[in-house]
Structures are given as C-alpha cells and as structure tokens.
Write a protein that binds this ligand. Structure first.
Ligand SMILES: Nc1ncnc2c1ncn2[C@@H]1O[C@H](COP(=O)(O)OP(=O)(O)OP(=O)(O)O)[C@@H](O)[C@H]1O
Length: 333
C-alpha cells in the first residue's frame, strides 16, 4: 500500500549565533494508511517543529532549509504557503487547542460548518453528527457545549473540541501533538480509544507526538525516537520498548516509571541536558550525555543504519544512529 506521508531529509533552521541553528536535522519518515506512528523525545528535541514543517506552519524566523514532503503521493512544498487541503485530509491538533479554534464562533457552528462544507451534509445531519462527535470525545453535555464559545471552556474541554473538529472529516492523516497531556487518565484512555477506532474504521493514519513513552508505546505500531532534531532510533513499538538500541532510547525508557514495573524511590533521569538552538556541527549530539560515548562519537555524527533485516510489524525494520550499536559490551548492559 502506498504511503500516505513520505518525508525525506527534512531540515528546519532558526538563525543562530552559535552552531548550525538546525533544530530539525535530516528527518526522513514514511507513514502508511491506517498506521499509528509515535514520535517521542524530550522537550526541545524537535517533535513539534517536525510536525509543523509537514503542515507548513514553521514560525518565522524559522524556515525549512531542506527536504521534501509527499502527501498521498503528491509533493507538497514545505517551503511554500499552506493551501486548502490542510484541515480535512491532513489534520493536526496541537498542545494549544485555542490556536485551532475560532474564539468568535460558537463550538457547534465550528463543527457543523466543517461537516457541511467538506462532507456536504445538510444542516440537521451536521448538527446530529456534531453532537455525536462531541460525545465521543468525552464531552458530558454536548448540546450545551455546542452553544458555547471556546473561551469559556477549560483547557481539557477545548482539547477535546479541537480533537472532535480534527476527526470530523476522517482525515487521511491526523498529526496529534501531545493531544492527551491536558487530560486526566480516564479521558486520555477514551481519546486514545477514539483515535484507535478512527484508524481501524476509516483507515486514517496517526502521527502521535509525545514525550510520554508509556502512552505512545501502547498506542502505536511503530516508534520514532528523536534527539536534538534527529531521529536516532525507529522500529516496531513493541521492539523499541522492550529492547531499545540507542543509548538515548535506553535512557528515556529507564526514566519511565510506568513501564519499569515497580516505581523506584528516585526516578533515574538522563544526566545533562539536550543542546539548545540546534546541535553542534560535528559529532553525535548525545555524546556529552552518553554512558558509552567513545572518541569517534565526538568526531562523527553516526548515520541511521538498519539494525535488523527482519523487523516484524508491517514489515518495518529497525534503525538506530549510534557508533556503539552492535558493540557487545553495551548491548549486555
Ligand atoms: N520560535 C522559535 N525560535 C527559535 N527556536 C525555536 C523556536 N521554536 C522552537 N525552537 C527551538 O527548536 C527546538 C525544537 O523545538 P520543538 O518545539 O520542536 O521541540 P519539542 O520536541 O516539540 O518539545 P516539546 O515537547 O516541549 O513541545 C528547541 O530547541 C527550541 O528551543
């Protein structure tokens, strides 16, 4: 099946006094119809800007300096201004739902207009469908919410409304940037269940962005781990979660209480902090924090290489960008 999204060598840069200013570096990824792909990494690793570059929403003075994006087989120029396809075939929900809601228009009108305009349904049907959508994202009194303006809703309620609008047209791909962060655990599970149904029933694909490996690991088929603007590991979610290969993915996993079983007294955190404003030009960006770094790591950025030729889920293989991968001492650790 043809990919719904293919991204090749995407690079985003901001003007910088030091370093390259590249905050997304040479990112390539592909997503098939109905696939659930997770993009994980610490805050500042470049997840949101990758999504924004795909949507052509890079804030100035940032810009896409390299790369191509193919959506449903057609090239969309990530350097050009956005056009009408966005929002229906390719939808995105962000951490800040207010940015995707019109503050001057009642919630009900925002959803029904979307349905009437893009799906060509009549007024009554659009209203019924809007109420059903709001209920499905866990809004307790949808009829009342339909008559309200975004400003009077809580952050969690707005997030759910934004999600209802994003999924109203069964997009080919939904990019969900931390969609459940503002929600409590029960609603979080409800929202993930809804996204799961959307992928199963309509073949929509989801790119789920989160720093929470727990959420992403259980929801997604495949994971992409990002560090300092690069994808440093990718592979079937179950394999990356149970046997991460890259030292950064290992550290990220070790700092996660929910997957480690019992909760340790003190959660191990990854020592040091990621580089700001783009990684330095030479060497692996994780080397200063890496427990197995060697001289070569400070000199050459390791390429993303295939680490198993028979990865299972959906025929996808595993990749990692690390000089130490394959080293027996490290793998035994
Ligand atoms: N408007 C901007 N101007 C300059 N640098 C920026 C701007 N927006 C983001 N950056 C830098 O780009 C890098 C990546 O940011 P991005 O928001 O993509 O990270 P993220 O992984 O999505 O983090 P989070 O999980 O906190 O949202 C960060 O180092 C950030 O400082």
């Amino acid at each position: 099946m043809a990919d719904v999204l293919t991204v090749e060598h995407l690079t985003v840069a901001f003007p910088a006094r030091e370093g390259t200013g590249e905050v997304v570096r040479d990112v390539s990824l592909a997503i098939r119809p109905g696939e659930r792909v997770g993009l994980v990494g610490e805050s500042g690793s470049g997840k949101s800007l990758t999504a924004r570059a795909i949507m052509r929403l890079i804030p100035k003075p940032g810009r896409v300096t390299e790369g191509t994006v193919l959506f449903d087989g057609a090239e969309i120029d990530p350097k050009a201004a956005p056009t009408g396809w966005r929002g229906t075939k390719l939808a995105m929900i962000t951490q800040d739902p207010l940015s995707s809601l019109n503050p001057l228009v009642r919630i009900g009108t925002q959803i029904t207009e979307m349905l009437r305009f893009h799906r060509g349904v009549g007024r009554a049907e659009a209203k019924a469908k809007a109420i059903e959508l709001l209920r499905s994202v866990g809004i307790p009194d949808p009829e009342r919410t339909m008559r309200r303006f975004p400003a009077v809703l809580s952050g969690g309620m707005r997030q759910r409304v934004a999600l209802a609008i994003a999924i109203s047209c069964d997009p080919r791909l939904l990019i969900a940037d931390e969609p459940t962060t503002a929600l409590d655990v029960t609603v979080q599970a409800q929202v993930l269940g809804l996204l799961e149904r959307m992928t199963a029933e309509h073949g929509s694909a989801v790119l789920l962005i989160s720093h929470d490996l727990g959420v992403v690991g259980t929801f997604c088929d495949r994971l992409l781990v990002m560090y300092a603007g690069r994808i440093v590991e990718s592979g079937p979610a179950a394999e990356v979660i149970t046997a991460p290969a890259h030292p950064y993915a290992k550290a990220l996993l070790a700092s996660l209480p929910s997957l480690a079983g019992e909760v340790p007294e003190r959660l191990p955190s990854i020592p040091g902090s990621p580089p700001h404003g783009g990684a330095a030009a030479a060497g692996c960006a994780f080397a200063p924090r890496c427990p197995v770094a060697r001289p070569v790591c400070l000199q050459a950025d390791p390429p993303l290489i295939e680490i198993t030729s028979h990865g299972t889920v959906g025929g996808s293989v595993r990749h990692a960008a690390c000089h130490a991968v394959g080293d027996e001492t490290w793998n035994a650790a």
